[in-house]
Ligand binder design. Structure first.
Ligand SMILES: [Zn+2]
Length: 173
């Protein structure tokens, strides 16, 4: 397994719509392993393939985040939201591509998602709480959408400017 470099906003690749996966092969399984390792190392609770510059519709997540919690790594290929609750929920969201910036985002409190797993089987599950927020945030990445796109333009621009500054500093080393 290997750590992947996580793209930092603003980056045109984070604004692109990712391509559906047509077959689950060893390369894709390796990518899923690398993405999980990269996510745990960051540390984060979710990571979508476009964030590591791979334009496949695949994401990984694990929201079992208490220190003593048993890890619950999930890999979702071609995920689709098939149902959303009327009830909504507000969470303070962050993103590994927008380090150290957090903002409240309102989303459906519960969602039902269908996807393909690493065995090529179709799965369908209902998510609530942090899992619901996380899976919606990650599926957004597959459509080129970031959590800051839900914020008011002024707040979004402020965060983008901070990220541009961060990237200049990182480039200088
Ligand atoms: Zn994110």
């Amino acid at each position: 397994m290997a750590l992947k470099k996580i793209l930092i906003h603003p980056d045109p690749r984070l604004k692109k719509v990712a391509t559906p996966v047509t077959s689950v092969n060893d390369e894709l399984r390796r990518l899923a392993d690398d993405m999980l390792e990269t996510m745990y190392d960051a540390p984060g609770i979710g990571l979508a393939a476009p964030q590591v510059a791979v334009m496949d519709r695949m994401l990984v997540m694990d929201c079992a985040k208490e220190d003593d919690a048993t890890p619950e790594p999930m890999v979702l290929i071609n995920p689709e939201v098939v149902w959303t609750s009327d009830a909504r929920n507000v969470y303070e969201e962050g993103c590994l591509s927008i380090p150290e910036q957090y903002a409240e985002v309102e989303r459906p409190a519960e969602v039902e998602v269908s996807w393909m797993d690493l065995d090529g089987k179709t799965r369908r599950e209902r998510f609530d709480g942090l899992w619901a927020t996380c899976v919606q945030h990650e599926i957004d990445h597959l459509d080129g959408k970031l959590f800051i796109d839900y914020l008011r333009p002024l707040k979004r621009q402020m965060i983008t400017r901070k990220m541009q500054k961060l990237k200049r500093e990182m480039a200088r080393g």
